[in-house]
Design a protein. Structure first.
Length: 240
C-alpha cells in the first residue's frame, strides 16, 4: 500500500497533508525518514510513525451506529440521506457500508463496516443471528400473537422463522426476536396480527445490546470484546 493511502485510510492525513509531512521529515518507516508519499509500505508489517507516534493500522473498521429515522440503509441514494453520511470524518475514506438494512423510519442499532466476509456471514440465514426489536402498536396485540409468531407466521406465500414475542403489560407493543431479515418483516408481522406498528427500534444485534450512552445519530467503534463476539456469531453454524 502507498504511504499516503495508509494515512488517508486511517484518517490521519489527506494525500496533500501526507506529501507535506513527508517534505518536513515528519514520517518514518521502520526508523528511516520517508522520502516520498508513494513509498510502498506493508501496513501490517512495517512500523510507520508520524511525529514519533506509531500509526495504528487496522485492516477493517467496525462501527455501531444508533440510526435515527429518516436515513436509508445504503451508501448512496439519489434523493434521501443515507446512513454512511453519519460516519465520523476519520472513517470517511474507509468505504463503510451497513451490515443489513433498517427501514428508513426504523431507529437503533446498525453495524457499519468494510468487512465484506463478516457482513456476509452475519446476514446469512444459515447463521440465524438474533436481532431484537422494540416496537409500539396502534392497538393491543391479540391474545394469540405469541403463539402465532412462535409457530412461524405466514406472510403471503412465505413462512417466517419462529419469532419470540414479549408483549408489554398493556400489549400495545413489546419486543420481538428474529433470526432472519425478511423485507419489512416486523411491520408485516404486526400488520398481519391486526396491530400496525407505530414505532420500531432495533435494540440488539447478535446478542449485543444497543449502547444506551450512544446518542441517536452517533457512531462509536466496537470494543475488542464486541468484535470477537460478532466473529464467533458469524462462525457458528446456527446461533439458536
Ligand atoms: N423489520 C421491519 O419491518 N423493519 C425494519 O427496519 C427491520 C425489521
Amino acid at each position: 500500500m502507498r504511504l499516503d493511502k495508509l494515512f488517508t485510510t486511517v484518517g490521519l492525513l489527506s494525500r496533500k497533508e501526507c506529501a507535506a509531512a513527508v517534505r518536513r521529515g515528519r514520517i518514518t518507516v521502520n526508523g528511516a525518514v520517508a522520502k516520498a508519499p508513494d513509498l510502498a509500505v506493508d501496513p501490517e508489517g512495517d512500523t510507520v510513525t508520524l511525529d514519533g507516534e506509531r500509526v495504528a493500522y487496522a485492516r477493517h473498521a467496525y462501527l455501531w451506529l444508533n440510526k435515527p429515522k429518516g436515513y436509508v440503509s445504503a451508501t448512496e441514494d439519489g434523493r434521501l440521506p443515507v446512513v454512511t453520511e453519519l460516519v465520523p470524518p476519520e472513517y470517511a475514506r474507509r468505504g463503510l457500508f451497513p451490515c443489513g438494512r433498517l427501514d428508513r423510519d426504523t431507529e437503533g442499532l446498525l453495524l457499519l463496516t468494510d468487512d465484506g466476509p463478516l457482513t456476509h456471514a452475519l446476514l446469512s440465514p444459515k447463521r440465524g443471528v438474533r436481532k431484537v426489536y422494540r416496537f409500539t402498536t396502534e392497538v393491543p396485540l391479540p391474545a394469540d400473537a405469541e403463539e402465532r409468531l412462535l409457530g412461524g407466521m405466514m406472510l403471503g406465500e412465505v413462512t417466517c422463522r419462529p419469532a419470540l414475542l414479549s408483549p408489554n403489560a398493556d400489549r400495545l407493543g413489546g419486543t420481538v426476536t428474529l433470526t432472519e431479515g425478511k423485507y419489512h418483516e416486523v411491520k408485516r408481522m404486526m400488520a398481519a396480527l391486526g396491530a400496525p406498528l407505530l414505532s420500531l427500534e432495533r435494540i440488539a444485534f447478535a446478542d449485543i445490546p444497543l449502547d444506551p450512552t450512544l446518542p441517536r445519530g452517533a457512531c462509536r467503534p466496537l470494543t475488542d470484546g464486541e468484535l470477537a463476539h460478532l466473529k464467533r456469531a458469524a462462525l457458528s453454524a446456527d446461533n439458536n
